[in-house]
Design a protein around this ligand. Structure first.
Ligand SMILES: [Zn+2]
Length: 90
């Protein structure tokens, strides 16, 4: 009976240990992914295809399309680098 209890305890501890290790691995993996994303974005490499530079309609600053505020007026699209520029134009 004692052997059975010890075996059960060891298996429970082993499962808990494996789960903890897996959780740590997944956490570090996610952190590595999150750290990688901004690093590649802030590097001097050219933007990925699909990220076009757009000119702010108010101040003329160029910025990636994904960071700009987009307005659709009629068929044309205009872009603003910030909410301040957006307010000035409106
Ligand atoms: Zn602007």
């Amino acid at each position: 009976m004692i052997k059975y209890l010890i075996g059960l305890l060891v298996s429970i501890l082993a499962v808990a240990f494996i789960r903890a290790m897996r959780g740590m691995l997944m956490k570090s993996f996610k952190e590595a992914l999150q750290q990688d994303a901004p690093a590649s974005a802030s590097s001097n490499q050219p933007p990925k295809s699909g990220t076009r530079l757009r000119k702010c309609n108010t101040c003329g600053t160029f910025a990636p399309e994904t960071r700009m505020l987009r307005h659709s007026t009629g068929g044309a699209e205009i872009f603003f680098c910030s909410q301040e520029c957006e307010k000035k134009e409106a």
